[in-house]
Each structure stands twice: as C-alpha cells, then as structure tokens.
Design a protein around this ligand. Sequence first.
Ligand code: AMP
Length: 542
Amino acid sequence: MSDEYIENNQYNIGHICTKRQCALGRADKTAMRWIDAHGARVDYSFSDLDRESNRFANVLSDLGVQSGDIFFTYLPKMPEQFFAFLGALKVQAICGTMFSNFGEDALLDRLGDSGAKGVITKKSLLRKISSIRSRLPALKFIIVADGDTVASEGVLGLKDLMNAASAEFETPLTSAETPSVLHYTSGSTGKPKGVLHRHGSIINQNMTTREVLGLTLDDVFWCTADQGWVTGTSYGIIGPWSLGVTQVHYGGGYDAREWMNLLARERISVWYSAPTALRMLMREDEAIFSEADLSHLRHVFSVGEPLNPEVIHWARRLLKRDIYDTWFQTETGAIMISNRPGLDVRPGSMGKQVAGIEPAIIAECGAHLSDGEQGNLCLKSGWPSLFITYLNNDAVYRQKFQHGYYHTGDTARRDADGYYWFMGRSDDVINTAGHLVSPFEVESALLEVEEVAESGVVGVPDELLYEKVVAFISLHERYTPSSELEIKIRLRVSNKVSTVATPQEIIFCPVIPKNKSGKIMRRVLKARYMGEDPGDTSTMEI
Ligand code: AMP
C-alpha cells in the first residue's frame, strides 16, 4: 500500500478511511450516499464521516473503552453503523459486527465468548439483547442508535451521547499488527468462532479494491452485502473508503425494479453482489433490464457462493456484461481468487489468484496435487489480511495451518491454465444464500423444543439459494408431527439463531442415524434426502 494512504506508519483503518482522505483533498467529496428503504437520500462527505466517527470515538472513550476492548454493532444498514465501526477502530477497540437477523442464542454466543464491553443496536432489536443481558457480565453498556437513555437499565441514547461529544479526536498511532475487526464464523461442530483481524488487513483490502474491483476516484460503488459479514466490512467499508471512493449504501431489501432504478439513477459504476440475488433477478421480467439505463455500470462482481454459468450467460444477454466471480472467506479478510476485467471469464470458475497470493491444491496426506486433481484449497500463509487467531480458540486456529499453508476448508481444482474451480466444502457447514449456517447451532436450537428428541440438520442443493437447510427430526414418543409443530420449530430457530438458518424443510423420522460414538451422521441424512447411496455405514449405530 503506497505512502499516499499510510503516513508515518499510521495503519489505523478508521483514520485512513476518514481523516487521511480529507488530508488528500477529499474532505468535501461524497463518501457515502445513504438511501433509506423509502428512497430518502442523505450525502455524507469524507469530512462528515471523519467528524461523526470522531464523535463516536469520544463517546466510547468516555464510556471507558480502551485499546483491545471488544465492541459490537448489532444494526441493520444505517449511517450510524458506519460511524460506530470507524469510531471504534479509531480508539483501537476491536470492532465486531453482527447480522441484524441474529436471534438470542446467536447473540449470546458472540457477545458472551468475546466478553464484549459494549454494543450499539436499535430500538426494535433491543429486546433481544435485554433478554440475555443477565448472562453477559462483561457487557457494560448498550447504546441505542435511535433511542433515549434509560439510565436504570444501562441503556444509552446515541443522540445525547453524540451531542455531548467533541468532533475532534486524535487517533493513536496504530501498528499493522494491532487487532481490528472481529467476525464470528460458523463451523460444523461447536460454537461459532471469532475470527480476529488486524489493522494491516487494509493493505490487501485496498489493493484488491483497486486491482480486482478496479475502483478509481471517479467511481460510484455499491456493495449489497450486510455489514454483519466480512464482505460488508472489507468491501462495504474499508477497501473503497481507503481509496477515497464514493459508496452508495441502501437500506431497502431486494426489489428488482428498485435495484435497477438505483443502478441507473445513482450512476453506479461498479456493483458487488451475490449469486442468490443475481439468480433472483434472473427470474424477473426481462423488460426490467432492457428498460433500465445501465450505461454507467462498468463492472459487476459476485461473492459468497458458487456463481453458476447460467447467471453469467444471463448477464451477458440482458445486462450486456460479464459477472466476475470472486472467492474469499472471513479468515482471509480479502479477495484471494477472482475473475476480473482483463482476464477471460470461464463460466463456472472462480478465476485466478490475486497478486501476492499462492494457492495450492493439497491432498489429505499433505501432497501437492497436480492440475485437474481435486483436493483441499490451501493458501501459502503470510499475507496481511490473514486472520490473527480464533478468539479464545488458538488450538483450532493452529490446526488450520500445515507446512506453511492455511487450509481453507474448501475443496477445489486448478485447470491447466491456472483457473480455480470450486468443488465444495470439506465440512458440513451449510451455505444458504451466501450465509454460512452451522448445522450444530440449528440442532442445538431444535433440541430446546420440548417435542424434539433428536435432530440432524443438513444442506441440500437448491436452485435459488445454492443450498437450503433441511432438518430431520425425531419426536419424543408422546408427540406426533403436525403443521402447528412445524411452525413452532421454525419460529424457534428463527428467534434463537437467525432467519437465514430457519429450516426450509422439516422431515420427521423415527430415528436420527448416529455413529457408535453418538455423532449424527449428516452424510447419511443428506444421501437419504438426495436418494443416493450413503456410502460406508459400518460405523453406524444400529
Ligand atoms: P464466509 O467466511 O462466511 O465469508 O464464507 C466463506 C465461504 O463461502 C468459502 O469458504 C466458500 O465455501 C464460500 N464461498 C465464498 N465465495 C465463493 C465463491 N466465489 N464460490 C464458491 N464458494 C464461495
């Protein structure tokens, strides 16, 4: 990353995305065009972003937040989320972000495991945190972005805090190694793991925003990802603002016509979205696309799930553009493998590695495999946005590294021309609409339903979502399946885990297959669903 962005070894992400941009002559340039769900727009310049994040940094300092303390956002897309994120980083707090659809169990796991000191949320979500607050001894305060102070409950209204806070803040000198962002990611066993990053991750985020997404100072960029996930922070905040690029942030949900209007009206030139959203667009009336003026749109990128060739063919026909697939994960912090302008797109392939990244396809035995052979997708460790650890779980972090390579948990192959092809995941984690869902977390929530004796949760292929969540459930003897019970089960998962984890299908069955040590054999359940041979079942408990 050039001296233009890093001055005197100041790696602080909050500083680089705001004050540094002002120093580079962009103080009055629009950093964020905020458009709410009803279409109301507010522009924030880089100096607005600097001032509001300074205020938030002072708010946190006054509340006793210090370097290394953990602070979370639990908000839908709204301007305050960006001020809070950048302000927290300015005080060198570790800033975690949580998807606003999370339910109580998901919140408790993240706030509890991290020992978070504070969280910012909004009125409509406060109830979920309040209900678990007695189990979070480290949580000192809750800030409500759109609410008033209720001192007796340790709830603080943001407006009062911001009004009382100075707009000046001197960001402490922050090294590249200082911890920065925390995202929890789901595994197939155990609780979600806290993936910890460092301020130096901005080196990769800045570089890939320039070299893969191709952003320049004249661009208007729209990244549809929620800030609860890594794409939402790496490319919905850090990468573009570290380069002084104008971003559109939209608070509304999916609406094909509105999205096309937004692309046209706001003259968006680079758009970063996800396969499920693109597949939803494919189902819409074609006139929506032929009528839209997309003349400003230079590039469309996608991330999070495999991008099927049909989507690329559709985009070539109707949007008159390629869609560039990009691959990365929470742990890698930035795009590692991608298609991009200047590289021929092979529909179905994720493209080639980005500069400075050395992938390898490695067999279980540790041997490096040749072109065309399928194996574990690994990356030679050492790039700046590689995570520092799994918070409170260093042992599992270490297991991810062997002989200098980080093992991603995905399987892939490389063809003779160096293109990578995603094959699947080597664990049971479900990727539904780009959200990773842990079968373990869903099974735990299901077991809390009094009628449920056992459950096994799997992801099965789905045309729209890539994978959908299917729950196999056996009931205690005195209960029988019913549609009311199905609703109760779905509501429980939605309230406890999240709406994206809610089973799309529930299949009642007398027993759940387990191996002799009591582990649920999800592989057998999946094969049963798919009507396939379950393979070796010799370890199954009869
Ligand atoms: P997350 O850590 O939640 O961002 O999820 C990362 C995982 O999503 C990866 O390990 C892959 O399994 C999947 N993923 C991300 N991008 C792609 C892609 N372009 N193609 C296929 N799978 C992807």
